[in-house]
Design a protein around this ligand. Structure first.
Ligand SMILES: Nc1nc2c(c(=O)[nH]1)N[C@H]1C(S)=C(S)[C@@H](COP(=O)(O)O)O[C@H]1N2
Ligand SMILES: [Mo]
Length: 591
């Protein structure tokens, strides 16, 4: 091997010209190797050992509502009830100071943008959920321990990762959503959904921070922050008045009723920050930096709480919208659009125009994504790429203990089908050579035995698949730092390419590029052992990467060669890896 010569595997990548269509419209039938579009089932929740369909909520909710109304109407004839309502009228100045300035223009615009952004966030969020349609509380995402799911159980005869040809992969577990529910709807489109989710998250956060600042600077906060615990009996009073079907006074222009105020307060000051924090806790770089991967704040708890915020937001939007209609529609939309306490038709027209914009964006989002996926990837990278690059600089160092190791560890990806791989495996890797070349002073070919003889590092870390599952395992192998010291990268080398023996789902070699700086992180190793055993085929034998700052798809399994390059623009479709090329993922994935 000559220093600086390109690795021969560059030729085996699916080249740009053979997949030109990959920049154009996605052909859903051919997506991800032509997986069939298995649809999500209705959400089901586990109570004890039994699963209940969410459909039960409809009759249960209806019965509960009718019963509550009956009971409250009966109660309302009693004098103690009326005394309670007189004492705590529900809408009063007992818990809040009225604001008489009307709704300023910035608040009205922010309210509109908030709804628009949340439409994208919620839909793309559902799509992300559908990529691993189960919610758990344990960090190992163990089948049968989920409390929520959108499909049946993991087949019990396909759970053994030592049976590589048969094991159930996380990709097989993903489900499709209707096109106008998820963005973009079809199965395993998490990469595209994430650009929507994260880009609009950022816009939503900026909108939210501006909102907080203006709220506090203008005194508008007085509407939203109660000044007395009397807000609680007043909220109860409001609820009772709604249930007695004797609607409370609507003085929302200056004073929210107590129930309304609490709902707004929770949404703005609790649900929104919880959404941000539980989103970030799902990031490998941050969990790996702060050590939250296995404990009470592990990724699956974070996902569950994140989902809880979604449910709250959906309920909030539904009830909030219903109330706009039933408590004086024209007046309410005048407050919302014009900021005045009027009953003008202009307000109604503006409201309808506002909703028309939301609907138009709603209808456009999935078709646009299917038609221009590369553009969605580029725009997403433009919006959130800088932040991802910043987070990628962290050096995750969290170490977990033996008791944190997950009893079950999902598998993913297309295993190697080549004769060569089968031969090497049959020979217990005696003929295996790890080629390390490209922009290095000392290109090498390392035998399996040589790798085992190099300094060995052991680490118990958390794996974060982009789809949503996670698992803690003990990995052991050669630190990439050692490999770098051996081959001495040239000053021009900026990226490190890991080539697999395996092809990806639509043909062409699986590969992925990592920034060279990550090679010197404490926990970047070429692992040959998992949980004290030699790596099995499912998990990447003979060698797989662990770069704990990144998501799972960047942990290339079945490594055949490593190449140091200046840029990855000439490799494959030029996006930095197989999933980046084919499924529009980002190449920096610390979140
Ligand atoms: N060669 C190759 N490596 C791969 C993949 C693949 O499809 N091909 N899948 C990736 C994905 S998406 C994940 S989540 C992890 C899964 O590793 P595991 O099967 O050991 O859990 O491997 C990564 N490495
Ligand atoms: Mo993954």
């Amino acid at each position: 091997m000559e220093p600086g010569a390109p690795d021969p595997l560059e030729e085996k990548l699916l080249p740009y010209y053979r997949q030109g269509h990959r920049n154009g419209p996605i052909v859903v039938q051919a997506w991800a190797g032509g997986i069939e579009q298995t649809r999500a089932g209705l959400p089901a929740v586990r109570i004890g050992r039994r699963w209940f369909s969410s459909l039960w909520l409809i009759p249960l909710g209806a019965v509960a509502l009718v019963l509550s109304i009956a009971v409250v109407r009966e109660m309302s004839h009693h004098s103690w009830f009326q005394e309670f309502i007189t004492r705590y009228p529900g809408t009063s100045t007992q818990y809040v100071a009225p604001v008489h300035t009307g709704f300023p223009w910035w608040l009205r615009w922010q309210h509109f943008l908030n709804l628009l952004f949340m439409m994208f966030i919620i839909r793309a969020g559902l799509q992300i959920l559908a990529d691993h349609p189960r919610l758990y509380l344990n960090s190992g995402s163990r089948p049968d321990t989920e409390w929520f799911r959108l499909r049946g159980p993991v087949p019990s005869d396909r759970r053994d990762s030592n049976d590589a040809a048969n094991v159930w992969t996380a990709k097989e577990d993903s489900v499709a959503l209707p096109k106008h529910l998820g963005i973009p709807g079809f199965r395993h489109s998490v990469g595209l959904a994430r650009w929507w989710h994260f880009s609009f998250d950022l816009l939503w956060l900026v909108n939210g921070v501006i909102f907080y600042v203006l709220l506090l600077c203008t005194g508008e906060w007085k509407r939203l922050i109660p000044n007395s615990f009397d807000v609680f009996p007043n909220a109860l009073s409001t609820a009772l008045q709604y249930l007695s079907l004797d609607l409370p006074e609507n003085a929302g222009f200056s004073t929210y009723n107590a129930l309304q105020l609490l709902a707004y307060f929770i949404t703005v000051f609790i649900a929104a920050p919880v959404a941000l924090v539980t989103g970030l806790l799902q990031a490998p770089a941050l969990a790996g930096r702060f050590g939250t991967g296995a404990g009470l704040l592990n990724r699956q708890v974070a996902r569950t709480l994140h989902f809880g915020v979604l449910v709250w937001m959906l309920l909030f939007i539904a009830v909030h919208t219903l109330m706009i209609f039933v408590t004086g529609f024209v007046g309410n939309v005048n407050h919302m659009t014009l900021g005045t306490d009027t009953n003008s038709m202009v307000g109604v027209v503006l409201y309808l125009a506002w909703m028309a914009v939301v609907v138009a964006f709603w209808l456009a989002a999935s078709p646009l994504t299917i038609k221009h996926p590369r553009t969605v990837q580029r725009v997403g990278r433009f919006v959130v790429g800088g932040l991802k690059a910043a987070v990628e600089k962290t050096n995750p160092t969290a170490k977990y203990s033996d008791s944190d190791i997950s009893p079950y560890f999902w598998t993913n990806g297309e295993r190697p089908e080549s004769q060569r791989y089968a031969h090497l495996k049959a020979g217990s890797w005696a003929d295996y050579r790890l080629r390390v070349d490209g922009l290095v002073e000392n290109p090498v070919e390392l035998r399996y035995g040589q790798l085992l003889a190099m300094p060995k590092q052991e680490q118990i870390t958390q794996h974060f698949c982009i789809q949503g599952w996670s698992g803690v395992a003990k990995w052991a192998g050669v630190p990439m730092r050692e490999i770098c010291d051996l081959v001495r990268p040239a000053a021009t080398a900026r990226w490190v390419v890991f080539y697999s023996f395996a092809d990806g789902a639509v043909g062409g070699r699986y590969y992925d590029c990592h920034p060279i700086a990550s090679m010197y992180h404490d926990q970047t190793i070429l692992a040959y052992e998992m949980n004290g055993e030699p790596l099995n085929e499912s998990h990447g034998a003979p060698l797989r990467l662990r770069d704990e700052v990144e998501l799972g798809f960047k942990q290339v399994k079945w490594i055949e060669a490593i190449e140091f390059v200046e840029s990855f623009a000439h490799l494959g479709a030029g996006q930095g890896g197989y999933n980046e090329d084919q499924e529009f993922y980002g190449y920096r994935m610390p979140i």
